[in-house]
Design a protein around this ligand. Structure first.
Ligand code: LLP
Length: 443
């Protein structure tokens, strides 16, 4: 985070709190999240989208995509910065509500929402449900009739654009589970317009994640507007939701375009397509997740073992094992994601050695940082910091090898406080019915 500094003893400081003190107080591994940085990114996204929309006389709505990193405290931060919240499961919905998000400012996603999830969403009055299949439309028709409710819905569309980091495929990504094809979406909207309990708000598309420029979004937005224009024959459509996916720099090799540039690229594309069809420009919704929290999070680990590995006579690299791994950050194992690491407990003038930071799990793909030059004198008890772990680390965490999940600590103005407590082995064992019996019989 921007607040990272070295204190007088050379220890890393996050939000004004020393990494050493954080680990002494709260244990390791530890997710540290910088509140001011989350808030700053939330404001930046909100303002970038609002400014881009205002250029064309329309409004922007920014939904924080909770799947990136959700807890009640994070919900409080982003909603107090005037963001709405996007959830994609019953669990995320309950966390958003427990964090005080106004139901009317929650969007509910998912390709397989159950009847009870949909019922709960309609009952609490979520602002929008992004429908994903004909079956879901019929489920909602029945639920709204039973509850006498009117539910606003968007329709998720496969625009055929699939973007991944630098490149995007303008066609040929039809074969995936989310949304309706362009043709089926028109049929879905016609059906929604027949159902008295459903109010059609607009179209939605999400083209991918960790995207660095506006080109894929522009291509997708053009397709969305084409369908949006056709559907105007059946009535007004106030909104167009272009999804999330805005990329961040994980290492010095990543170079995303500034969010302001991407925002205006997308909105300009929507406006140009609307102008070409002589239709009014709708309000535009965005769903950023990673770009809000990614760089605000740092994971702290304690080094356990250090092992130089030679191939023949040559030192290949140093394996630095830490007390976490793929259970707190699955992204290297899942996506080959690259991170960096630095020593957090002290500074040293030791010559750097090519190192690989690995976890404590029982598999060789358990890598935290694949390649990093770390000080050659790194030793057990040193702390390592891995930056840019705010997005999709806590949320993808597992208890693999019965590893209790790490605590989350928020730092701000020299103060640290736990926002999600550390899991314990007892928590894990409490689900094991046999263990409960065994404990009872031995006591
Ligand atoms: N909206 C929808 C409908 C989404 O499916 C997603 C992410 C987002 C918004 C937010 O995307 P973001 O702005 O965070 O890129 N686990 C993967 C990322 C999966 C993203 C899934 N959908 C990772 O760790 O890279």
């Amino acid at each position: 985070p921007a607040s990272a500094r070295r204190d007088a003893d050379g220890a890393l400081e996050l939000g004004g709190v020393s990494a050493r003190e954080l680990v002494e107080t709260f244990g390791s591994p530890l997710y540290v999240v910088d509140e001011e940085e989350v808030r700053a990114h939330a404001r930046r996204a909100r303002d970038a989208f609002a400014a881009a929309a205002a250029t064309h006389g329309v409004k922007a709505r920014t939904y924080y995509a909770g799947k990136a990193f959700l807890s009640t405290e994070i919900v409080r931060w982003v909603t107090s910065e005037d963001l709405s919240v996007d959830v994609c499961s019953r669990g995320e919905l309950e966390v958003a509500l427990a964090g005080g998000a106004q139901p009317a400012r929650i969007g509910f996603h998912g390709n397989n929402k159950t009847v009870s999830e949909l019922e709960r969403a309609v009952e609490v009055g979520v602002g929008s449900i992004i429908v994903d299949s004909p079956i879901e439309i019929e489920r909602l028709a029945a639920i709204t009739e039973r509850l006498g409710a009117v539910q606003r819905v968007l329709v998720r569309v496969r625009t055929g654009v699939h973007a991944e980091t630098h490149a995007f495929l303008a066609t040929a990504h039809e074969d995936q589970k989310f949304g309706f094809s362009m043709t089926d979406a028109a049929t879905a909207v016609a059906r929604i317009r027949e159902v008295p309990g459903l109010d059609f708000l607009g179209l939605h598309a999400h083209i991918g994640s960790q995207i660095f420029d506006a080109s894929g979004f522009r291509a997708s937005a053009a397709r969305l507007v084409e369908l949006h224009a056709e559907l105007l024959a059946g009535g007004e459509i106030p909104l167009l939701n272009v999804g999330g996916g805005f990329g961040i720099a994980y290492t010095s090799h990543d170079d995303p375009r500034p969010l302001e540039e991407i925002a205006s690229g997308i909105v300009d594309a929507v406006a140009a397509e609307c102008a070409a069809r002589s239709i009014p420009i709708p309000d535009i919704a965005f769903e950023p997740g990673r770009v809000i929290v990614g760089q605000a999070g740092v994971t702290l680990y304690e080094v356990g073992t250090v092992k130089p590995v030679r191939v023949g006579d040559d030192l290949e690299r140093v394996y630095v094992s830490v007390d976490g791994g793929m259970s707190d950050n699955a992204r290297p194992a899942l996506y080959g994601a690259q991170y960096s690491a630095r020593i957090a407990s002290r500074t040293t003038a030791a010559v750097p050695a090519l190192s690989r930071v690995v976890g404590h799990h029982c598999e060789s793909g358990d890598i935290v940082v694949d390649a990093e030059y770390l000080p050659g004198d790194i030793a057990p008890g040193d702390l390592l910091a891995v930056p840019a772990t705010g997005a999709y680390c806590f949320s993808l965490a597992s208890t693999y090898n019965y590893t209790p999940r790490a605590a989350v600590v928020a730092v701000r103005d020299g103060e640290a406080r736990v926002i999600v407590r550390r899991e314990s082995v007892a928590d894990l064992l409490s689900r094991d019915v046999g263990a409960v019996v065994a404990t009872e019989t031995t006591t």
